[in-house]
Design a protein around this ligand. Sequence first.
Ligand code: ZN
Length: 276
Amino acid sequence: MPRSVRISLFISTMTIAFSFAFASLKQPGTSSASPNTGTSVQSIADSTTSTSPPTTTTTTTTTLPLVQPSPDSPLIGTDGSAPVVSRVPTADRVIFLTIDDGLIRDPEVVAILKREQIPVALFINPGPATDGQAYFRELVDSGLATVDAHTTDHASLRGRSFSEQQARVCSTTDLFTEMFGRRPTLFRPPFGEWDETTRKAAASCGLRAVVMWKGATNDGRIDLQDGSLTPGDIILMHFRLDLAGNLELMIAKARAEGFRFGRLIDYIGGDDDKTI
Ligand SMILES: [Zn+2]
């Protein structure tokens, strides 16, 4: 029998989106400049740290004994433009799994992540997040998953005005704070399409990095831009029917090559008390 799946419509995404569209456009404060030793983070050199918007915590999540950041991990903040990151500058033999969209929610995926204790960063849209709240809450409550921003409607941002981008980028932060007990600090642009305005829009609501990737999985295949896994690689995956198989494949490959799985907010875009 096929796995139980639920598919939500982007119609509901739009409905939720505009309910929250202008509630979260808060301006973060700024503080001192941060050191940066990374070489793989674009546009980071001029970044400064920011104070996150006030967080209303409704859920307590478990802190797992995960890989700890190296002292040379960047302190990423915003100075009006969020940095774009596709590989975390780190000497740790660690990679980061990210899973997008949320349309197909396979229970086997939760089982694998829990069994293997793999942390994941989720970049989902509000429609699937609402329809699948119990599914995503299970992952968040396990301490394995964080939920970050991926726009309201999954439209491409590139070329749009600041106000259009800001509405799409920022309007899920309050919703996800309510739903999952943590204010999003990271942003992934739909289709990986961004421009300089996207970086400014993300920074305007306290999102500390625009997160891209160095590898992706599709239908049992792992595609790595540089041909092999490299410390700090961010891997793009999707909540699709092939996700469970792709996860098993990725986990096996990473472990065979001596990599561990890091939690992205421990390295970039972390809560203030976790960012080194
Ligand atoms: Zn997406």
